[in-house]
Design a protein around this ligand. Structure first.
Ligand SMILES: *[C@@H]1O[C@H](CO)[C@@H](O)[C@H](O)[C@H]1NC(C)=O
Ligand SMILES: *[C@@H]1O[C@H](CO)[C@@H](O)[C@H](O)[C@H]1NC(C)=O
Ligand SMILES: *[C@@H]1O[C@H](CO)[C@@H](O)[C@H](O)[C@H]1NC(C)=O
Ligand SMILES: *[C@@H]1O[C@H](CO)[C@@H](O)[C@H](O)[C@H]1NC(C)=O
Length: 404
């Protein structure tokens, strides 16, 4: 017995010292200052220095931080790849500036990193003005591909805090294949008329949160592509831009379901849409979008505050005669107030082939102050469950109308 007791004591002591060692290692962060990697003066091209600093930090056995000082630095292109040995931080205090005339479809990419933190209050300046007139990807397929400013590919358990994306040439932020990634206190800025400058686009990712952020841009503030699961948007101010959008879905034949979206406590200002779900007609294969909830949202002068559009077909790129094959169910719009810039404040246009199911609409209090008639709603192939305030009256005319 004595021997076993002794053994247990020994093992416990060993484990305790291991634990304290880990805690000590965690609280210590090795700093990889960009200044150690070259002549870092404001205006310098730091592409190579940044690459070297990342590689050293990523190889560190202890938690590390790449630190970019105040100042403006040029970065031609950056690909920051893991896996890294320990948690890693990318701390930007200054401004990183993209080239005016780039090539490729990405500017800065973070890929295959676990436990990453992007922070520092700095700015990623995409210098988009030089490219916007060339971007016609919203109209054509064989278009000039301009770089996305910030890509997050296969990033896990990570946080992006207090950074600014300015004037991206294409999307500001693209999230692909990520799991457990939070954006908090992020600022996204581009002019209202800049084409395709989606704020944050999420695709094929699970557990993405966008919190306490400000997005002003020329396209969707937030757009969710296929395979978006467990997405949370909270306390976001959006506008100008095209609003918060799920879709478009149903254009391609290998799409994954959208499942579990909560958009709560947001303000949407001067946008073309508020909250919307859009799917293409004539989807090549059947798909599903389910469990999507929008609540406590203030609309200020929004053109289409509440919108389900299963006949989404811009620039006539599809056959409108064939209904959408995407099933939409379990949707709620709750406590939505403010002003609409057009009389049709609520539009629920579902597929004649697969009507929307379990759509709840509660406490909608919108006003329209224009001269084009009184505030109204349009519905097709949906029988929503309605409760509370109804300004406008929801689907008050016939519930199911034939397709136009
Ligand atoms: C998600 O990531 C955060 C940030 O790294 C971490 O604190 C948290 O434990 C992760 N959650 C899960 C379920 O792993
Ligand atoms: C809701 O958003 C407002 C401002 O956008 C913020 O002040 C408030 O703290 C948020 N509330 C919650 C519960 O997140
Ligand atoms: C909305 O846009 C108009 C015209 O561009 C502008 O004058 C107004 O200040 C904007 N409103 C808000 C609340 O930003
Ligand atoms: C409302 O939005 C419209 C179109 O987006 C804009 O022209 C108008 O100036 C805005 N009005 C206000 C009061 O902001």
């Amino acid at each position: 017995m004595g021997v076993i007791k002794h053994l247990i004591l020994l093992v416990t002591t060993f484990l305790m010292s291991l634990l304290s060692f880990t805690i000590e290692a965690r609280s210590h962060v090795d700093i990889f200052s960009l200044r150690k990697y070259g002549n870092i003066v404001s205006g310098a091209d730091v592409t190579e220095a940044l690459k070297d600093a990342w590689n050293d930090a990523c190889a560190s056995d202890r938690p590390s931080a790449v630190v970019i000082p105040k100042g403006t630095f040029k970065v031609r292109e950056g690909e920051f790849k893991g896996p890294c040995k320990s948690p890693i931080e990318f701390r930007v205090h200054g401004t990183l500036q993209a080239p005016k005339h780039p090539h490729g479809d990405s500017w800065i990419t973070f890929a295959y990193v676990d436990r990453m933190r992007l922070s520092g209050g700095g700015v990623f300046d995409g210098q988009g003005k030089a490219g916007w007139e060339k971007n016609d990807c919203h109209k054509r397929i064989d278009c000039a591909k301009l770089p996305i400013s910030l890509r997050f590919d296969f990033i896990t358990n990570s946080i992006v805090r207090r950074i600014t994306s300015l004037d991206s040439k294409n999307f500001h932020v693209n999230i692909l294949g990520c799991n457990n990634l939070t954006f908090q206190g992020v600022n996204i800025i581009a002019p209202e008329n800049s084409p395709n400058t989606d704020g944050i686009h999420i695709g094929r990712s699970i557990g993405i949160s966008i919190l306490k952020s400000r997005i002003a841009t020329g396209d969707d503030c937030i757009s969710l592509g296929d395979g978006s699961k467990r997405i949370k948007v909270n306390n976001v101010i959006c506008g100008p831009g095209h609003g918060i959008s799920i879709g478009s879905l149903g254009k391609y034949n290998n799409e994954e379901p959208v499942e579990g979206v909560i958009v709560n406590n947001c303000t949407i200002i001067n946008t073309t849409n508020g909250v919307r779900i859009k799917t293409w007609p004539a989807s090549p294969v059947a798909g599903i979008a389910t469990n999507m909830h929008f609540s406590d949202i203030t609309m200020v002068n929004v053109s289409n505050p509440i919108l389900i559009d299963q006949e989404y077909c811009p620039w006539n790129q599809c056959n409108r005669e064939i209904p959408s094959n995407i099933k939409i169910n379990k949707v709620s719009f709750k406590n939505i107030r403010g002003s609409s810039a057009t009389p049709v404040a609520v539009k629920l246009i579902c597929s004649s082939n697969l009507p929307c199911e379990e759509v709840k609409v509660a406490n909608i209090d919108l006003v329209y102050n224009g001269i084009k008639g009184s505030i109204t709603s349009e519905c097709m192939n949906v029988k929503p469950i309605i409760s509370g305030i109804q300004n406008p009256p929801i689907c008050s005319s016939s519930y199911t109308t034939a397709s136009k």
